[in-house]
Design a protein around this ligand. Structure first.
Ligand code: AMP
Length: 289
């Protein structure tokens, strides 16, 4: 399995695959691969002839959030894992290859990128969409797989692919969780044992919201949110950054639930918390579709 590190080499590899009539599946990652990434890779393998995994900790999407330097980078283990999973090629460029001196063009996402993660992390989605345009343009995949764990990112990427006529099928994959419900994340490895225990307040809070939401047709968004907030508030080491109930397609906040929204799975809940310096996010379909 080749590991390609420059746009020219990656493009040559992908061009060859396409000339051979092979479909290309793509899984963009920041490395520190875990069971969530592995499922995305499996989904890509099932849907395409060859699979490219990119490993790139994208400085542009971190902004003021200083966990860029501390982000785990076990590149050798990641490459070995990709090889063992039957990945066809890894694309692992350096930051100075992706953003050489003089780089100045950016993709500006729209309204979908404004709330939640976009509000909490200024410039984050602009960094995500900019690097994805670069990755998509070099690899030109037929399909790309993204996790629902980053639900807003998935929505922003789908919109960008539509808006820019990129012709890539965007596949969303359900969140892979630990046994106790915590969404698997590369950042979980940075938690101490007590912090890891405290982190379960996030999935527990979303579960409480789902329970209240499903209790009856008259459940109110304020009650749903306060049931979730209560669980996070009772965990002393966790600080809530935001929690939102929102329309699954437009991502606009929902204040009153309609029967139609309940029945078609058009409502999600998402939250971000901080435990010490570690930021964790999660989201659920509010009505369990
Ligand atoms: P990252 O390396 O964190 O940028 O994630 C790369 C891709 O894996 C993104 O599409 C994420 O949404 C997805 N991903 C990360 N964690 C999970 C998870 N626990 N379940 C499903 N997908 C995930």
């Amino acid at each position: 399995m080749p590991t390609l590190t420059t746009p020219a080499d990656m493009r040559a590899w992908a061009d060859k695959a396409r000339r051979e009539g092979l479909t290309i599946g793509f899984v963009p990652t920041m490395g520190a691969l875990h069971a969530g990434h592995l499922e995305l890779i499996r989904a890509a393998t099932a849907a395409a002839d060859v699979v490219v995994v990119s490993i790139f900790v994208n400085p542009m999407q971190f902004g003021q959030d200083r966990d860029f330097d501390g982000y785990p980078r076990p590149i050798e283990a990641d490459i070995a894992l990709c090889d063992s999973l039957g990945v066809s090629a890894v694309y692992a460029p350096t930051a100075s290859t992706v953003y050489p001196p003089g780089f100045q063009t950016r993709v500006l996402p729209g309204q979908l990128a404004e709330g939640m993660e976009g509000a909490a992390r200024a410039g984050h989605f602009g960094g995500v969409t900019t690097v994805l345009v670069k990755l998509f343009s070099v690899i030109a995949p037929h399909l790309a797989v993204f996790g629902e764990k980053d639900y807003q990112q998935l929505a922003v990427v789908r919109q960008m692919v539509r808006d820019f006529d990129l012709g890539i099928e965007v596949v969303g994959f359900p969140t892979v969780r630990e046994l106790d419900g915590l969404a698997i994340s590369s950042r979980n490895a940075l938690l101490t044992a007590p912090q890891r225990a405290a982190a379960t307040c996030l999935p527990n809070a979303l579960q409480a919201a789902v329970d209240v939401g499903n209790r009856g047709a008259d459940s109110r968004v304020t009650d749903i949110l306060s049931s979730a907030r209560e669980i996070i508030d009772t965990e002393p080491s966790a600080a809530l950054e935001y929690i939102d109930v929102f329309d699954a397609a437009t991502l606009t906040p929902i204040e009153t639930l309609t029967p139609v929204q309940r029945s078609v799975g058009a409502v999600r809940i998402a939250a971000a918390i901080r435990i010490g310096a570690i930021r964790l996010i999660d989201n659920r379909d509010l009505f369990g579709h």
